[in-house]
Ligand binder design. Sequence first.
Ligand code: IFM
Length: 461
Amino acid sequence: MGDAALTSQRDPTGEAPGHAPAATFYFPKDFRWGTATSSHQVEGNNTNNDWWAWEQEPGRILNGDKSGLACNWWENAEADFDRTADMGTNAHRLSIEWSRVEPQPGLFDDDALDRYRQMLQALHDRGIEPMVTLHHFTNPLWLAEKGGWEEPSVVTDFRRYVRAVVERLGDLVPLWVTINEPMVYAVQAYLGMGSWPPGKNSLGLVGQVARNMLQAHAAAYHLIHELRPDSQVGIVRHWRILEPSRSSSPLDRWLAGRLHCFFNRYFTDALVTGRLRWPLGGGRMSELAGTFDFLGLNYYTRELVAFDLGHAGGLFARRHFAPGAEMSDDDYGEVYPPGIYQALKLAAAYRRPIYITENGLPDADDDQRPRFILSHLRQVWAALQGNLPIMGYYHWSLIDNFEWDRGWQQRFGLIELDPATQERRLRPSGELYGRICRSGCIDRDMVSQYAPELLDQMFPA
Ligand code: IFM
């Protein structure tokens, strides 16, 4: 999307602006303005899952960090719900920790389910609509010990857990996500050179795990609809923008296309057709076809792909960021706002409502995040002008949290957290996001205050 197409300013609702200055990007009145988190990253003391065990192994997590008390949400998520409500959000995405709800196979913990009930009720009480993810990277130890997602029996196990959760909490949850970023999970855990548990390296296992996830997703989709016909059930995909490193190289172009299919397309295509393609195995899963009411879209960055014969372990792809590009902290990724527009176009091809379930960056000193939010939301606004069915935006993340193998080094929060003292401070980007959520628009004053360098681009004379 070129800049010229992004500068027309009109109210897509067709209503008179009234409350905001003239030069303004308006979002739909019923847009979800949200934040996102996941259980293990914020709750603290999730001692009964495979990530906790992994953190105890020397050398697994950067700087020897541990999730520990995390953001202490198990004790007091409500204080942060107050903070996000003060920001003016009307939606929050959180996940349920399987290992808390089902600490032993078939044995459910009523207290844990009650605690989740309290949290969900607390969100409703603050006018915040919850979106609940059922699997976000972590597995109960008992499941991991019997082979986790490698074993087909995980499908029955997942279904039993989903039943317990939906029976107990379903009346409070309008939007369910079965699994978060299945291909990221499969690749990091089974081709990630030991970065995520169980630390295996096998392309065959990636396919097997992804296939079991598809089947578990389908089982959960049908079960949730049986128990709560009124709810919406989707899946969250991490959309990777993969482009050839050298556009003149046929091999780079070919490989970027292959990787795009591998990461972005085949899994999502299977949800439509029920047909499984490499690396998901072959054949059909008839119960899978059409099992999504919406698509969750996580977008972070763009990667360039160079064909490299010496990189067999990485599927002959050397992935790198654009030379000279603006990078976020820790070289997590290139700041590339047009990528969210590209990802939205890719997702829109699946003809379902889209929720932007994650978007953000690690930026401890917050010198990039205000600009990041404005420039990405501007692209979202442009996609809305093209009638893409975007229902909401959930910023990752509400608060600094435990970033998996990167520990506490990468700070994604609108709220800064000192994990040792549990002190919090709203970052300037949090103030800005609050202004956007409360007004439902981006106006010239916000841009001049938080990212004046964008003024000419967003509001040309
Ligand atoms: O923290 C993660 C999250 O758990 C899944 N999506 C990407 C985020 C940032 O890396």
